[in-house]
Design a protein around this ligand. Structure first.
Ligand SMILES: Nc1nc2c(ncn2[C@@H]2O[C@H](COP(=O)(O)OP(=O)(O)O)[C@@H](O)[C@H]2O)c(=O)[nH]1
Ligand SMILES: [Mg+2]
Length: 319
């Protein structure tokens, strides 16, 4: 079919069973239960019906041949855990995960580390967004973030409110990155999505909205193109509930700051970097190349993660 040239034409949708749609390849940009919206490589968009538990997710690459919608293999999968402990797929084929923090409310202890580990174990490149840099208290947070993470991940201090610093983030996404944001309620994720991608038009909460729930009117996961390039996935429920728990093994492999000792330089492949002989991380700590404070943070999180794992095992819930 002819390529749509105008934006309006590209946005035109036809709701049709898959058998009525032209052959082509595309990506799922919205998921509404039994229908998915597919954006073809040429820019045309169609709604196609799928089975209720088809397993399709936003970001999936699909191929439509003679009425059959076939999902292509995924590069990455990002998952979240809901309040009831259920695990859900958030999106497919993401490249980057933005970990959003702010001076107010500040990130919970260990939040950034755990999110970095979760992103890396899912095959995504994590980066940190320090939002609300218009606030006076931001400088202290940014200094602390740089001290802890500058060697491990990119850090973008910015203000979704004033627009300061947003261009750096836009340039990052322009390298054809597909990403999502994660962060606790109130740090400004919706504001940031709106600033980057005004078509999204999300509701922005207030900090005294204690639950943070019910503000998000849409329940549909969507994939948005950014004007300068790159894509953002917005999945209601994911942003505030956060990532699937990390394992002790993942923590020891992917903890930010341990990169120089990794991977596989320890004598034992399953080294947890405590007191094992031949531990590459311990050697770096001894040489002050990993700051003692960072190592102490790692041990604290490791203890928590192992306690959670032991508890789950004793309940027989988790592998
Ligand atoms: N000062 C300041 N406030 C912001 C900024 N971004 C968001 N906020 C405010 O922070 C609160 C929470 O924002 P929201 O986008 O709903 O956060 P979310 O819960 O992470 O989606 C709102 O009152 C916003 O107006 C910013 O860059 N600077
Ligand atoms: Mg929000």
């Amino acid at each position: 079919m002819a390529k749509s040239s105008s934006k309006a034409a590209a946005a035109a949708q036809s709701k049709a069973p898959a058998e009525d749609l032209p052959n082509g390849e595309g990506v799922i940009i919205a998921h509404h239960g039994v229908t998915v919206e597919v954006r073809y490589t040429g820019g045309e968009r169609f709604m196609a019906r799928v089975k209720r538990r088809s397993g399709h997710v936003v970001g999936d690459a699909v191929q439509l041949r003679d009425g059959v919608l076939k999902r292509l293999p995924r590069r990455t999968e990002l998952r979240r855990r809901d309040a009831m402990g259920g695990v859900h797929l958030v999106g497919a084929n993401l490249d980057v995960l933005g970990i959003v923090v702010s001076p107010s409310p500040p990130p919970p202890a260990g939040f950034v580390d755990q999110a970095i580990v979760a992103a890396r174990s899912a095959g995504l490149e994590p980066f940190v967004v320090a939002n609300k840099c218009d606030l006076a208290t931001s400088a202290e947070l940014v200094t602390a973030l740089r001290a802890a993470y500058a060697d491990a991940v990119a850090i973008y201090p910015l203000s979704a409110a004033t627009g300061e610093g947003l261009d750096g983030l836009r340039a990052f996404f322009a390298a054809d990155h597909r990403g999502a944001f994660v962060g606790t309620t109130g740090v400004g994720k919706s504001s940031l999505l709106n600033a980057l991608c005004p078509e999204i038009d999300l509701q922005v909460g207030t900090l005294n909205d204690s639950t943070g729930k019910g503000r998000h009117t849409t329940t549909v996961s969507t994939l948005h193109c950014l004007d300068g390039g790159g894509e953002l996935i917005d999945t209601p429920g994911f942003n505030d509930f956060g990532l699937v728990d990390i394992s002790a093994q993942e923590l020891s492999l992917y903890f930010p700051g341990f990169e120089q000792g990794q991977p596989g330089n320890c004598r034992f492949r399953n080294c947890r970097h405590r007191t094992e002989p031949g531990c590459a991380v311990n050697a770096l700590v001894a040489q002050d190349r990993i700051p003692a404070a960072r190592y102490a943070t790692y041990l604290e999180i490791l203890n928590d993660v192992e306690a959670d794992e032991a508890q789950s095992r004793s309940r027989g819930r988790k592998s």
